[in-house]
Each structure stands twice: as structure tokens, then as C-alpha cells.
Write a protein that binds this ligand. Structure first.
Ligand SMILES: *Cc1c(COP(=O)(O)O)cnc(C)c1O
Length: 371
């Protein structure tokens, strides 16, 4: 049996006419830049996230970058973030000229450990970027309390967590900015690159709109140096076509997670030390990834590959080990982030995963551990 890590064709087949119609409309209009779908998409996401403003941008990476640019963060500044995330989180900080400062993770959630943030704050610290890794919101209450105490900006990296919830609040609506990605593999993906920044501060919203269009207002008058960070009409249209399905897809991912738990427990794979399962600590986990922690991870991944099962390691190299960050001279200890990089494995969790596929994945894992 073949079980891909993600099956986007299955998703497309289920909504083909809606997506095709949306794309055809954009072609009919030839309104490729700032078409009406961009505003409609922004309105839908702002409502969904419970924020006053949403600004469509060119990618999740650019969502992070533009938020930092609007805050005028750059050389001489420090920005605190997790040691364990997709590269863009830290890359954006460095690209502004600011210094990324890494914090180890909480081993149960894989998110930044709020208790270790305070010791990393200096007079140069300007912002914190917590990441809602795998689709679960970081522990935001203590993070916001620290930010308030030290007057820091909080930029949520919610690229993997659109629709996730924490103490009744939607991901992206808790900090000063929330950043989302429409990369095809995210829960709400488009047909290429795209992203969104949400905020509850209309003034910040206005600045984001100015910065995404080369910093101009009015046209050709530049008070700021922004960039071309626009969301294409085509991508906004595809996001809009998929948006009505987002919650049912995220719920299906959660059901797949629950099924894995049941099957793995029944097989005796969990509870005998070889494996631990994702821990739900926030209100709503949207399971962009279902990540297990296992013994002999690389051998298991190779075995599953032979069986036709797609898995992935998110992420094999913590930030403090990345070559490009050697100049930081980081000397801190990050035992939990290093352990996560060595022990975790993402299993197929896409909404269309069938019973048979899930059973096959679990049976194969049990076979590997000879259970
Ligand atoms: C996907 C992702 C990004 C970047 O989004 P792109 O749209 O690919 O630029 C940033 N941070 C995290 C945690 C991500 O998973």
C-alpha cells in the first residue's frame, strides 16, 4: 500500500469545480494584482481569526518579514524566538539585520518554553516570535505577560496553525501580529506561495498595507522602504475557494490523530517506552503535522519508506546548529530542541487519510518494533 505524507490530489479532486471556477474567474477578469478576491480573502481571514485587520502577503515568510519591517527592527536589535522551527522564523530576523536569540522548547508541546525567555532578554530585545508548531498554539499567556513587562512586540508565527485556539482565542489574534502561510502543505494552502498577516491594531494594519506595496502612500510617494509583498489575486481566489472547507479539514486531521492514538495504544506501541504521542496542551490543535517521538527514529523512517509510507522529520537541525548562524557564536544549551530533532517523526495525517491507510501505518510501526 502507498500512504503519502500528504495527498493534495485527493483534496483537489474533492473540490475541483470550486477551485477551477475561482481560477477561471480571475483569468476572465485578467485582474491579477489587487483583484477583488484579495480583499474578500482578507475579510474572511480577519473574521475567522477574530482580528480587526488582515493583510494578504506573498508568503508566510514575507508575513514575518513585513511585520518586523513595520516595527523598524534591524541592526542592533535582538529578537527572541524558538530554537526549533522551520528556517523562515529565524531567517527573517537575521535578514532585517537584527540578531536572532534562541530559546529551548517545552518537550511536550515542542513550542518555545516561556520559562526560559526572561533570561534571554537584554536592553536590545525588541520582539518575541513564538511559533505554533505543528498546529498547536504556544503558551501565549506567560509570553504576553513578559512582553508587556519589557514592552516587546509579539509576532505569532502561525504558519502551521490557522484556526488553532488557545484559551478561547484564535491563533494570530493574541500577539500584536499573527502570520500565516498558504503554502500548499498548510491546512489552508493555495496553488503556490501566499500568506496573511493579521492584527487587532488598525494602525499597524495600515502600515502593513503600505509596506507590502513598496512603502508608498500615495502611489509613487515613499515615506518608507517597503517591498513587493503582495498576495496574487489568483492565490487569494484559491484560498477563498478552499476556505469554507478549512474547519472540516482541520477536524478530519484531529479525528485522524485520535484514530492513530487508539490504534497505537491497542497495538501496545505506546506505553512501553518506544513511542510518545503528541500532547494536546492548547484548546484546539489543528494537526498540520502529527509528530511522534520514537526510539531508533531514522531506522523506523527507513523501514516505513520501504513499506510505501511517507514520513518527514520536522526539523532535523535546530537553529543553533545551522551553519548560517555560526556567526552568532551561540553558546547556550538546547537539550530539548536537540532531542526533538533526533527523535521526532511526522506521520501522514492529511484529512483524506483512510481507515485502511491508518491501520497499515500503525501495523507497520508495530512490525518495526516487533510488537
Ligand atoms: C511554512 C512556514 C513558514 C513559511 O511560510 P512560507 O509560506 O513557506 O513562506 C514560516 N514558519 C513556519 C513555522 C512554517 O511552517
Amino acid at each position: 500500500m502507498i500512504v503519502p505524507l500528504l495527498d493534495l490530489k485527493a483534496q483537489y479532486n474533492s473540490i475541483k469545480s470550486e477551485v477551477d471556477t475561482a481560477v477561471a474567474e480571475v483569468f476572465e477578469s485578467q485582474h491579477f494584482i489587487n483583484g477583488p478576491q484579495v480583499k474578500q480573502c482578507e475579510k474572511a481571514i480577519a473574521e475567522y481569526c477574530n482580528t480587526s485587520d488582515a493583510i494578504g502577503v506573498s508568503s508566510g515568510t514575507d508575513a514575518l518579514l513585513i511585520a518586523l519591517m513595520v516595527e523598524e527592527i534591524g541592526a542592533g536589535d535582538e529578537v527572541i524566538t524558538t530554537d526549533f522551527s522551520f528556517f523562515a522564523t529565524a531567517g527573517c530576523i537575521a535578514r532585517t539585520g537584527a540578531k536572532p536569540v534562541f530559546v529551548d522548547i517545552d518537550p511536550s508541546s515542542y513550542n518555545i518554553d516561556p520559562d526560559q525567555i526572561r533570561s534571554k532578554i537584554t536592553s536590545k530585545t525588541k520582539a518575541i516570535i513564538p511559533v505554533h508548531l505543528y498546529g498547536q498554539v504556544a503558551d501565549m499567556d506567560p509570553i504576553m505577560a513578559i512582553a508587556e513587562e519589557y514592552n516587546l512586540v509579539v509576532i505569532e508565527d502561525g504558519a502551521q496553525a490557522i484556526g488553532a485556539e488557545y484559551r478561547g482565542k484564535r491563533a494570530g489574534s493574541i500577539g500584536h501580529y499573527g502570520c500565516f502561510s498558504f503554502f500548499p502543505s498548510k491546512n489552508l494552502g493555495t496553488s503556490g506561495d501566499g500568506g496573511m498577516v493579521v492584527t487587532n491594531d488598525p494602525q499597524k494594519g495600515e502600515m502593513l498595507r503600505i509596506f507590502r506595496n513598496h512603502g508608498s502612500k500615495p502611489k509613487y510617494y515613499h515615506k518608507y522602504i517597503g517591498g513587493n509583498f503582495r498576495l496574487d489575486t489568483l492565490h487569494a481566489a484559491v484560498v477563498l475557494a478552499k476556505f469554507p472547507h478549512l474547519d472540516s479539514w482541520s477536524d478530519a486531521r484531529k479525528q485522524n490523530a485520535d484514530r492513530y492514538r487508539r490504534l497505537l495504544e491497542n497495538k501496545g506501541v505506546v506505553g512501553n517506552g518506544v513511542m510518545s504521542l503528541p500532547v494536546e496542551v492548547a484548546d484546539r490543535h489543528i494537526y498540520n503535522q502529527f509528530v511522534i517521538r520514537v526510539e531508533r527514529r531514522n531506522a523506523l523512517q527507513g523501514f516505513l519508506k520501504q513499506k510505501g509510507i511517507g514520513t518527514e522529520v520536522y526539523y532535523p537541525v535546530p537553529f543553533h546548529f545551522q551553519k548560517c548562524f555560526a556567526y552568532l557564536g551561540e553558546t547556550g544549551d538546547f537539550p530539548e530542541s536537540e532531542a526533538a530533532a533526533n527523535e521526532t517523526l511526522a506521520l501522514p495525517i492529511f484529512p483524506e487519510l483512510t481507515d485502511e491507510q491508518a491501520i497499515y501505518v500503525v501495523d507497520s510501526i508495530a512490525e518495526f518494533y516487533s510488537l
